[in-house]
Design a protein around this ligand. Structure first.
Ligand SMILES: Nc1ncnc2c1ncn2[C@@H]1O[C@H](COP(=O)(O)OP(=O)(O)O)[C@@H](O)[C@H]1O
Ligand SMILES: Cc1ncsc1CCOP(=O)(O)O
Ligand SMILES: [Mg+2]
Length: 327
């Protein structure tokens, strides 16, 4: 008996089933093929493969291996550390960093705000993955502290983005990106552990408010920022422009670390590109890679292997041609 809730393909590999992303783009009012954003995405993919930039990670210990392997497969270089002196000292060689609060230890409460302060003072670009935002006193204290020294990109699922915006006092009534003195330290909103309980579209106002806040409170030398919300259709915004990126595979929810490794790869792209392009490029790469992997996999195990191979094999033009729909 088959179980239709199991998103597992056992069909033979047929890459002709890949569809034509260009046709999907024009059918759905996507960015035109000649839009400069597409060329900048392709350039970011090529630059990472040519320059192999280091993007350092302070990440959770469930998915740390997949994060490193995904960064390598995208063409970057990985280094993982949990020591503030290591992370801060390596800022001179790491061109962008990735911070993920999935599995916290008590000492991270002091370490992570110190690292974020160092990033801010050095105008060092970084991606925050606010895994399980809204859950736990230590995580809430750390995420609340980041409001003073905000990241360049926030990447999370819909519930995490809503919870972080809520925690920082950036609800729909405060969408101008201004910091308020009276931000609540806690969030009323909670994901189900590391899983989202909200639709991506429900997170759009929070994502846009968050992106404006990040840009307005970034170090003076770089005032640009982005927020990427992942789900069946991803949403990427810099606070002024918002895009939907359909695609990917439901099997991405059946391995642990699809979101974390997407965040790590976003940091890799942030090493060579501005925040909006980095967020779009990584999201588009993951969507196309998820589709390729689903066609080839027979379940979650082979899916993870195929996902890494697809991150490696997709061409810059294939990534740039991915459906990107302005909202
Ligand atoms: N139902 C789905 N269909 C297609 N792609 C999905 C689906 N759910 C998640 N993805 C993709 O999986 C990756 C991780 O997203 P998500 O599961 O939302 O992150 P997280 O693991 O942080 O919750 C993203 O590339 C996203 O586009
Ligand atoms: C299962 C788990 N528990 C704490 S962090 C983590 C990994 C979350 O990974 P992702 O957000 O990419 O699904
Ligand atoms: Mg996640």
């Amino acid at each position: 008996m088959s179980d239709s809730s199991r998103p597992i393909s056992s069909d033979p590999v047929d890459d002709s089933a890949a569809g034509d992303p260009t046709a999907e783009n024009s059918a759905e009012g996507g960015l035109p093929a000649a839009d400069p954003i597409r060329e900048r995405i392709a350039q970011a993919v090529r630059d990472v493969r040519e320059q192999a930039p280091l993007a350092q990670s302070f990440t959770n210990f469930v998915t740390i291996n997949l994060v490193a392997n995904a960064q390598l497969a995208a063409g970057g270089v990985a280094a993982m550390s949990f020591l503030p002196d290591d992370v801060i000292g390596s800022m001179s060689i790491s061109r962008a960093d990735y911070v993920n609060v999935g599995t916290l230890q008590p000492f991270y409460r002091e370490a992570l705000p110190r690292i974020a302060r160092a990033y801010h003072d050095a105008a060092h670009p970084w991606v925050l993955d606010p895994v399980a935002a809204g859950i736990g006193e230590t995580r809430t204290a750390i995420l609340a502290a980041f409001r003073e020294t905000p990241p360049t990109i926030v990447r999370g699922n819909a519930s995490e983005i809503i919870a972080l915006a809520d925690m920082w006092g950036l609800n729909a009534a405060d969408t101008d990106g201004n910091a308020t003195d009276a931000a609540p330290a806690t969030s009323r909103h909670r994901p189900a552990g590391v899983e989202s309980v909200d639709d991506v579209d429900a997170a759009a106002p929070a994502a846009e408010a968050l992106a404006r806040f990040l840009a307005a409170n970034a170090p003076e030398s770089r005032r640009r920022a982005a927020v990427a919300v992942s789900g069946p259709v991803d949403l990427v915004t810099d606070g002024e422009r918002t895009f939907r990126l359909p695609g990917g595979s439901a099997l991405m929810t059946k391995i642990t670390g699809a979101g974390c490794s997407l965040g790590g790869v976003m940091a890799t792209y942030l090493a060579v590109a501005d925040p909006l392009i980095a967020a779009l490029a990584a999201s588009a790469l993951y969507n196309r890679a998820g589709e390729t992997a689903q066609r080839r996999a027979h379940g979650p195990g082979s899916f993870q292997v195929e996902l890494l191979d697809a991150l490696w094999n997709l061409t810059a033009d294939e990534v740039a041609a991915s459906p990107i729909l302005p909202v």
